[in-house]
Ligand binder design. Sequence first.
Ligand SMILES: Nc1ncnc2c1ncn2[C@@H]1O[C@H](COP(=O)(O)OP(=O)(O)OP(=O)(O)O)[C@@H](O)[C@H]1O
Length: 371
Amino acid sequence: MAVAYHLGRFPPEALDWPQLLPLIGPANAAVARYEGVLHGIPNPNVLLSPLTSQEAVLSSRIEGTQATLGEVLEFEAEGAPDDESTPKKADIREVLNYRAALAEAARLLDDLPLSQRLIRLTHERLMQGVRGRNKSPGEYRRIPNWIGPEGCTIEAARFIPCSAEALPDAMTAWEEYIHAPAPDAMIQLAILHAEFEAIHPFLDGNGRLGRLIIPLFLKSKGLLSAPNFYLSEYLEAHRDEYYDRLLAVSRDGDWTGWCGFFLRAIIDQAGSNQSKAQAIHALYTARKDWMVGATRSQYGVRALDWFFSRPIFVASDFVSQADIPEPTAKRILRLVRDNGLLREIRPSSGRRPAVLAFPELLNICEGRAAF
Ligand SMILES: Nc1ncnc2c1ncn2[C@@H]1O[C@H](COP(=O)(O)OP(=O)(O)OP(=O)(O)O)[C@@H](O)[C@H]1O
């Protein structure tokens, strides 16, 4: 029997606070430590952009897309973001949409509160393209949906979210809860994510959108100076538990179990985000000194910023777009290739220019020697 949405039981009346207290302090402290690191990074939007891309890859992977970070960045570098002609390319498009949706939401957050309006606009961006066309971008569903094995009937579903009739009120209550006084912001966020998933307001993209809300919430509550927080690595690694804990909220009213899981994810990922951000910052600082010395050019740092913002790129794009005089750009490219800072992942052939990658940076993001 499918579990059905816990209508009328949101927000939870009571949590088992003694069980959660040992996690609440560490979760808040871990996020605060991460924020300290984030705050010290010049231009986090550039330096952490590959981490954001990796988050988009992992969040989309939870829903079954197959693309890797390298494939996404290489595809993007080659400049055909609208091409969905193969399943792989359509997967890549979804990942790129995710990243664009996060960027769009971050911009919107400057003028709008975290709200239904912002969520719907973000959904519209997430669903842009062929696959999303039938998924009512930016609009709540007016029909039932269900969660279960791929392509299953409603009878075989594991979970049946909020009915379409009850959905508008459920989303209003969800929105009110964002701005309601709460004893702890991390618990509030845990509850908001689970409730969003239980409502499942859109035809598609609910998982990804619910995860996008996490950094947006942390930014909107002033817990982070930029919406750069990456939780999907943990959720992907603990996918079964993630789904089971969400199910137990509706089935057993076990909000405490869900919150505990979520806080453990926050603690773990704040640590991982922190070490990755520190490693990227250290790499930047070390390579900046090297670039200045080796290139003896005022353009050395500009080139380095380009490599950080596009860790995979087509060599000729750097020459034409980096705003560096052509002979200097070519000389810098030779230098960084000879030194091993960049590596050719696809040699030039005929009229196709070479594709270059920045392995040190990509490996930090992947958390392993993938390049
Ligand atoms: N029992 C459950 N109760 C509530 N939410 C759940 C449950 N199981 C899974 N989820 C959430 O639903 C998401 C998957 O939902 P679904 O397969 O419908 O994808 P979707 O709505 O198309 O969104 P996306 O494609 O981004 O996942 C999961 O990532 C998880 O966040």
